[in-house]
Design a protein around this ligand. Sequence first.
Ligand SMILES: C[S@@+](CC[C@H](N)C(=O)[O-])C[C@H]1O[C@@H](n2cnc3c(N)ncnc32)[C@H](O)[C@@H]1O
Length: 309
Amino acid sequence: MLPLPDDPRMTVAEAWQAGREHLAALGIDEAGITAEVLLRHAMGVSRTGLYLAWDRLLAEDAWTRYQAHLAERARGRPVAYIVGRREFMGLEFAVDERVLIPRPETEVLVETVLRLTAQTPAPVVVDVGTGSGAIAISLAVLRPDAVLVATDISPEALEVARANAARHDVASRVQFLEGDLLEPVIAAAVRADVVACNPPYVAPEEADALPAEIRDFEPRVAVVAPGGPESLHRRLVGTALRALKPGGWLVVEVAAGQAARVVELLRQTPGYRTVQTQSDTLGWERVVSARRDGQEGSEGTGELLSPLV
Ligand SMILES: C[S@@+](CC[C@H](N)C(=O)[O-])C[C@H]1O[C@@H](n2cnc3c(N)ncnc32)[C@H](O)[C@@H]1O
């Protein structure tokens, strides 16, 4: 491992190079881009700001912060937690260890919801297990007429999601409810056009084999399904029928390799039709959707909605 010098008298370019070599020597992936992101965070500058300062001496306090960030990364802490944010659907979300870091694959779920609701005016969308709020908040931003309800079993996650809703100026359009899966939604008599969910999908017995970056830093409640993913999917599929309007859609993100089983579950569950899947950029079936039986518009919208619309 390369020692990082205490002497900060180096240019920004030299500091980047030292950080890159340090991370690479530790076997950390994407050492160049990681060093750049951490250096920018330490300096408090944009990418352009970094390049404009490229040949200047790095300030001592920035060097101290940069060393601390590199040390955190070296012990495995994900970059998104170090810098406190992650981009999702072109929007910036604050993240910390209370929430899962939103993944690019989850954008497939958001795109699916946007497509399925394209012809529905003012759709009511429930995001179960909202975490940072990435799904609900990006939908609120991208569909300004939509009404969002976001749930999570973790009160800490809901704090982060509420702050993100405020950050994107949609707090008045997203109702946050704490509780198990759809329980708080059913209790509030919400009737949804879409129930979307990116549930934890790792079985407890697989948790130890997760990459350390996930296992040691992301919240276990966000990653591991206590009774296994099958049982969680079964509960979600069963209870969603009570939260969906007739003709409404259940849209679930699944782990690579899980789609066939969830498709089968939906096909075997009376009350659903039109089961379909969407794939991510790597070709994995990532999102499974199914429609609740019944005629669209044959039921009211539920009681919770009046204060929101
Ligand atoms: C895989 S993370 C998804 C977070 C976020 N929706 C995203 O896509 O980035 C799963 C989320 O579900 C929440 N969760 C886990 N079990 C739950 C349950 N039984 N009921 C409600 N939320 C749950 C976790 O706290 C976590 O925020």
